[in-house]
Write a protein that binds this ligand. Structure first.
Ligand code: HPA
Length: 266
């Protein structure tokens, strides 16, 4: 960690990010036109090389509406085969760099039958069904406690702000529970039924490890899902990564506007 932080600080000098942003599938270009310092994951000591198509795999240090931010263009997924502690390493790095608020975005399938592809969902809470917890192992007490409280992982005030801004922008904005599965296979119709009975509104393969660790580190978290498809069995059609990426592309302008409006008032 010391080596990681020293390497990053050498490049960003006295730039101190307060906000962290993780950009999910198809949403990565939010950071494309920002002026700032870009560091490839593959160049950072301690980082893994991201593999998923549609993910750039770099940190962008830039001001967004006058707020200093560190943006992850691309993230690590558990299904890529990394140890779960590697998935959340960038969040710990953000904490060490001074980040206080983490905005996490993702692409998700709808479990709630009233949701449609193209809707955005502010995450109210999550269900961790990945079968693993990123805090397993020795606890680093400089970051957080052994048994962290999880009663408000997704900050209520930030969520309320995002919902208000979404409505102002005339977006279809939902507020629901995100269930995380390990992937990489999509769910079966029976699994989607199970998730619905459990109280999930959307399902995906990311976000929960990062949100869990950010909460553990004392950061305020805002989670936003882009509903890219109806989950298996909701409509009798087959699921494809292509559909996920295409919907994310279609929605990205609205999503960018929402993110910008929220950051402005943070
Ligand atoms: N299931 C799991 N992950 C996803 C989905 C889905 O339907 N869509 C986008 N990510």
């Amino acid at each position: 960690m010391k080596e990681t932080i020293e390497f990053i600080q050498k490049q960003i000098k006295d730039f101190q990010p307060e906000i962290g942003i993780i950009l999910g599938s198809g949403l990565g270009d939010f950071a494309d036109n920002l002026e700032g310092v870009r560091i490839k994951y593959s160049d950072i000591p301690g980082f893994e090389t991201s593999t998923v198509a549609g993910h750039k795999g770099q940190l962008v240090f830039a001001e967004v509406l006058g707020k200093k931010a560190v943006i992850m263009q691309g993230r690590y997924h558990y299904y890529e085969g990394y140890h779960i502690s590697r998935i959340v390493y960038p969040v710990k790095v953000m904490k060490k760099l001074g980040v206080k608020i983490l905005v996490i975005t993702n692409a998700a399938g709808s479990v709630n039958k009233s949701y449609n592809a193209g809707d955005l969902m502010v995450i109210s809470d999550h269900i961790n069904l990945m079968g693993v917890n990123p805090l397993i192992g020795e606890n680093d007490s400089t970051l957080g406690d052994r048994f962290p409280d999880m009663s408000e992982v997704y900050n209520h005030q930030l969520s309320k702000l995002a919902l208000e801004k979404g409505k102002e922008l005339n977006l279809t904005i939902r507020n629901g529970v995100y269930a995380a599965m390990s992937g990489p296979s999509y769910e079966t119709p029976a699994e989607i039924n199970m998730l619905r009975i459990m109280g999930a509104d959307a399902v995906g393969m990311s976000t929960v490890p990062e949100a869990l660790v950010a909460n553990y580190c004392g950061m305020k978290v805002l989670g936003i899902s882009c509903i890219t498809n109806s989950a298996a069995g909701v409509h009798p059609s087959r699921l494809s990564h292509k559909e996920v990426v295409e919907t994310a592309k279609r929605v990205k302008d609205g999503f960018k506007k929402l993110l910008t409006a929220v950051i402005k008032e943070m």
